[in-house]
Design a protein around this ligand. Structure first.
Ligand code: SF4
Length: 384
């Protein structure tokens, strides 16, 4: 059983302008001792997804419409705030994006570090204080004894970020949700923080969900990657596949936009356009307006189902009609496991029903094996 299982999560925000469909059927799993990187541009739902896990979405305006979030086998969504408080800051911790608004401005750093330890661990105040000083030191903060007595407004942005990281790590959680934890830090401190997270994982088998825009940073720490776009997961794969054989057109453009030290310098490719307005989400593929591989009606009218890709790589899934049974088009690039042939020449993976949140339902699954034979009936994708 995975440590964290998010299944068919839908989150809407009710605003004056109407209903924003921020999360639309997200499925994610994080295994024990695994680092899952979550990438995607601003507004694609990365932060809302992890705030849902923590039960920290303000309702209203947020509403979890359906889905489940299971941590260690326990569904978190029905839990009360009191029940969640036993888990938050103990087994599950979060590094927030904005330390200034997440740290308490009227409590000293020391008190904010000591409180979760005393609340969740059988430890004396003096031992907790000692551990807090150690943690600040581990996070690269010079003179940690002095910082223990200071307040958030007395620290620089980078220092506040490191205090936030120390707070999240101090209880040695089973699951750490890190929302762009290194964005405000210079590269030296960034490297220290990545080392610290690796140490934590090695020592305590901590699993990490690492949200970032920075592909080189995530490649340093993640085992698997989930690529999000417009409130959906459009591709999940190993970190190796992200760089060697990305499949979704959006993922391909993201990976092409990483500067290379080899070859002739030139302009990096740009993904024209912007993410769709989720007040009025498109009927079909959310990437259709920007997609260089767009191939007609099926892309504009049917949400592509999550499709496991047949091949040598486990756990590679993609949501794009180039890989479903609804389109005759084939990816114009080699697909892992298909050799030089296009995926359609050798058969495709199973197409799962999009209306089912991409998790598959008995009787609707349509599977083609690598030799191209269909193993049972069904259409795979659905209109939503
Ligand atoms: S489904 Fe169509 S529009 Fe969407 S990413 Fe695939 S090819 Fe592009």
């Amino acid at each position: 059983m995975a440590l964290l299982e998010i299944e068919d999560l839908h989150v809407h925000f009710h605003t004056e302008d109407g209903r924003v469909e921020a999360i639309n059927g997200v499925n994610l799993t994080v295994d024990h001792d695994e680092v899952l990187g979550v990438i995607g541009e601003s507004g694609c739902g990365k932060t809302v997804t992890v705030l849902s896990v923590m039960g920290l979405l303000q309702s209203p305006p947020a509403e979890v419409v359906r889905g489940s979030v299971r941590f260690d086998g326990r569904d978190l969504l029905p839990l009360s705030d009191e029940e969640l408080d036993e888990i938050r800051g103990d087994d599950v911790s979060m590094i927030y994006q904005d330390p200034m608004s997440s740290l308490n401005p009227v409590l000293s750093v020391g008190r904010q570090l000591i409180e979760p330890l005393v609340a969740h661990r059988d430890i004396s105040k003096s031992a907790a204080r000692e551990r807090a000083v150690e943690m600040l030191d581990d996070c690269g903060l010079a003179d940690p004894e002095r910082i223990m007595t200071e307040y958030p407004h007395e620290l620089s942005g980078g220092m506040r970020q490191r205090v936030m990281i120390a707070m999240a790590l101090i209880t040695e959680p089973k699951l750490l949700l890190a929302d762009e934890p290194t964005t405000a830090l210079d590269v030296t401190i960034q490297a220290q923080i990545l080392d610290l997270l690796r140490d934590l994982r090695a020592e305590f088998d901590t699993s990490i969900v690492f949200i970032t825009h920075d592909l080189p940073v995530v490649s340093e720490i993640a085992d698997r990657i989930a690529v999000m776009y417009a409130g959906r997961v459009v591709e999940t794969c190993s970190i190796g596949d992200l760089f060697d054989s990305p499949l979704h057109p959006y993922t391909r453009r993201l990976s092409e936009s990483i500067p290379s030290l080899e070859g002739t310098p030139g302009r990096l490719p740009v993904i024209e356009g912007s993410v769709p307005n989720l007040l009025d989400p498109p009927e079909g593929c959310p990437f259709a307006d920007r997609c260089p591989e767009h191939h007609g009606d099926v892309c504009d009218s049917v949400v592509p189902a999550v499709t496991p890709v047949a091949g040598p790589h486990d756990d590679h899934e993609v949501a794009c009609h180039l890989y479903t049974d609804l389109s005759d088009e084939r990816p114009p690039w080699p697909v892992p496991g298909a050799g030089d042939a296009r995926v359609g020449d050798r058969g495709r993976g199973s197409t799962r029903d999009a209306a089912d949140g991409g998790r598959g339902r008995p009787g609707t699954e349509s599977t083609r094996t690598r030799d191209g034979r269909r193993s049972d009936g069904g259409t795979g994708g659905d209109r939503q």
